[in-house]
Design a protein around this ligand. Structure first.
Ligand SMILES: [Zn+2]
Length: 281
């Protein structure tokens, strides 16, 4: 923090991470404290300036919401930037119950699927199956502590059903892939009374007809979590500082700002797991 009004002078010189969502404080969701569900829904880097910027003006609403958190001294900058995605994943699993008898199926081996695998292991998951349409995603996340890795191909559903035959499906399914196919497959592969988190949002052209019958027939417990919250952001920073989360694979594509266009193109082609831009200074 370079400058701050007098009442926030204690921030000057400190390293901080910022909640990108800026609540309005007026809508029904904000009045209930659900700032991540704010009906106005402004975010830094979307409706408000500050994405990929060397200098960011922090809106007063962010300070009021506690959306500025100190980075622990032991945590390097390049790992602190993961606080927000880690916070999102933490919320995703806080909404689930994961135990040593559970098989957790994670659909999608992108950066979020990787983090969900690491967190499910820390939470004591009995067995973790990590899956993706792309073999190269499974290769990029080979350090994830999954017990089984599966490419989503013609045999995928049969293989998962065989692996989970004793319970009739996976006890917990986390959908970390932004396709309707992933959602449809996930509810078919959940065990009766299993838990499913619809973690990824779908692009508009993917939001189509969805067969809800397996949800009813299997008495699934469906949850959905989106975005981070202030408490989750603090928990994420603590977890990162504890070094219990192996973040190495997420650090491999760190490039200077000039390389941003090519870095994003590589990300679109799934050539890199998690692009990070290093700003000057
Ligand atoms: Zn609001």
């Amino acid at each position: 923090v370079e400058t701050a009004p007098e009442e926030h002078a204690h921030l000057i010189g400190r390293r901080v991470v910022l909640m990108p969502d800026v609540p309005c404080y007026k809508c029904p969701q904000c009045l209930q404290g659900n700032y991540n569900l704010c009906d106005v829904g402004r975010s830094i880097g979307w409706e408000l300036p500050g994405g990929f910027a060397e200098d960011v003006a922090v809106p007063p609403e962010t300070l009021k919401a506690g959306g500025l958190a100190y980075v622990p001294d032991a945590l390097p900058d390049q790992e602190a930037v993961l606080a927000e995605p880690v916070a999102c994943a933490l919320r995703g699993q806080d909404a689930l119950s994961i135990g040593p008898a559970d098989t957790v199926l994670i659909v999608g081996a992108g950066p979020m699927g990787y983090l969900h695998t690491c967190l499910a292991r820390l939470r004591g998951a009995g067995r973790i199956i990590l899956s993706d349409l792309l073999a190269r995603r499974l290769e990029q996340t080979r350090e994830a502590p999954a017990d089984i890795r599966l490419v989503v191909d013609d045999r995928f559903e049969t293989t998962v059903k065989d692996l989970t035959r004793a319970r009739g499906g996976a006890d917990v399914v986390i959908i970390a892939a932004a396709t309707a196919d992933a959602q449809r497959t996930a509810v078919r592969l959940a065990a009766k009374r299993g838990q499913v988190n619809f973690y990824a949002s779908l692009p508009a052209d993917e939001a189509g007809r969805f067969d809800s019958n397996p949800i009813h027939a299997r008495e699934l417990r469906i949850v959905a979590t989106r975005d981070a919250t202030v408490p989750a952001l603090h928990a994420a920073l603590d977890l990162l500082a504890s070094r219990r989360l192996p973040v190495g694979p997420l650090m491999k594509a760190m490039e200077p700002f000039d390389a941003l266009p090519s870095l994003l193109a590589r990300f679109d082609r799934a050539d890199v797991l998690k692009p990070t831009v290093r700003l000057a200074g």
